[in-house]
Design a protein around this ligand. Structure first.
Ligand SMILES: [Zn+2]
Length: 83
């Protein structure tokens, strides 16, 4: 029984770094788990802040999060599109 427990612990340790990849974030706009991290160049006024950028694969909404704070929508027209 102890061996089975050790195998379980090892699996958890091995899997943990991959969980954020498997577990997509929920989109606040359409409530679907289609939110994926995207690479964005921060605006000049945002430099030095720890910003993470997300885009929804379902409704195309874009969100920004500062550190581990709440998501706020960032696909307004005031930002230049990088597409
Ligand atoms: Zn969405």
């Amino acid at each position: 029984m102890k061996d089975a427990y050790m195998v379980f612990v090892l699996m958890v340790v091995v899997m943990t770094p991959f969980l954020p990849l498997l577990w997509k974030n929920k989109c606040p706009a359409c409530n679907k788990r289609k939110l994926v991290g995207v690479e964005r160049t921060p605006a000049p006024e945002d430099e030095g802040r720890y910003l993470t950028f997300f885009a929804c694969q379902n409704c195309q909404a874009e969100f920004t999060r500062e550190k581990s704070g709440p998501l706020f929508r960032s696909d307004s027209n005031c930002r230049s599109q990088s597409l």
